[in-house]
Design a protein. Structure first.
Length: 58
């Protein structure tokens, strides 16, 4: 099985990093007003990076 990975665009990368940081800050209790749990923020950020690696131009 040959999977061709492409680097994500810079904007996609920074959005994923921002989601990860928001999840971390929410987990630590710094941000308590977010309507989504910290785990899901980090998961969505990681999933975005995975999809960006698999889809060319994302």
């Amino acid at each position: 099985m040959n999977i061709k990975l492409t680097p994500p665009k810079e904007v996609t990368f920074w959005i994923a990093v921002a989601l990860g940081l928001l999840g971390l800050l929410s987990f630590l209790g710094v941000l308590t007003l977010l309507p989504i749990e910290a785990f899901w923020l980090v998961f969505i950020g990681f999933a975005l990076l995975v999809v960006a690696l698999l889809v060319k131009g994302l």
